[in-house]
Design a protein around this ligand. Sequence first.
Ligand code: NAD
Length: 253
Amino acid sequence: MKNANFDNIAGEIANLIKKSSRTCVLTGAGLSTESGIPDFRSPKTGLWNKYDPMELLSTDTLYSNPKLFYTESLKILLPMIEALPNKAHEMLAALEKEGYIYSLTTQNIDNLHYRAGSRKIYEVHGNLRTCHCMQCGRSFDFSIIISKSDNGEIPPLCNECGGVLRTDVVLFGDRMPGCFEEAYNDISGSDLLIVIGSSLQVAPVNMLPQAARKLVIINIGETSYDRRADILYNEKASVALTNIYAELKKEEI
Ligand code: NAD
């Protein structure tokens, strides 16, 4: 890991991006804290301090106690729908548009990368746009869960068959979606992976950095890969990405 030796960490990362013919990005909940969505593990503000997310946001709780699952999980999920992209999301969208980033893999379910303009996104933990019936498999807009819960229908049931509806978020206990393999293939075929705002504690996403040729980590707190990173930038995502973007532009002048 190289960190303190650099006077200009953003400039060094910009150099790596310039040299790389394919750069991939992996983001986590830390990218959206500046949009007002708490992450899981930041001290004091992280959701971990209120609930055990692995227990609550799990297939075990959904299947055994759907009422508890919906009562508590919607308190976590609904604020995500109202949040807006922040500077970090915008910078990543600009970097993709300008050809610096090949693809973006996110653990986030908040849709903020897409709303900011990123397009090649692998949502490996699913999304909050849709839901489906666990009995008949029909797919619906996520808003149906919101309106049913607002009307006291907890758990929300399918209008067609009466089965319990479930979000298309990947819960603890679920299998990973097919796009996880696409993300892995992109990263293993890339020269550089930049991980931003993730503690890299959740499996199997935390295995993706093993496939990286060069690894940059941008994170406020510690991650489980800090020692393996080629460059570690302990800075807020919005500040770090703004600095890196400015360095890339400086070199173009
Ligand atoms: P995590 O909470 O385990 O780690 C977040 C990391 O981001 C922490 O190490 C923290 O120090 C860092 N961080 C916080 N704010 C930052 C900032 N502004 N700039 C840079 N770093 C910052 O999150 P994780 O690794 O993504 O794992 C949590 C799981 O929870 C994921 O599976 C994810 O799907 C889910 N989750 C998603 C959201 C969301 O969609 N916004 C929110 C909470 C949890």
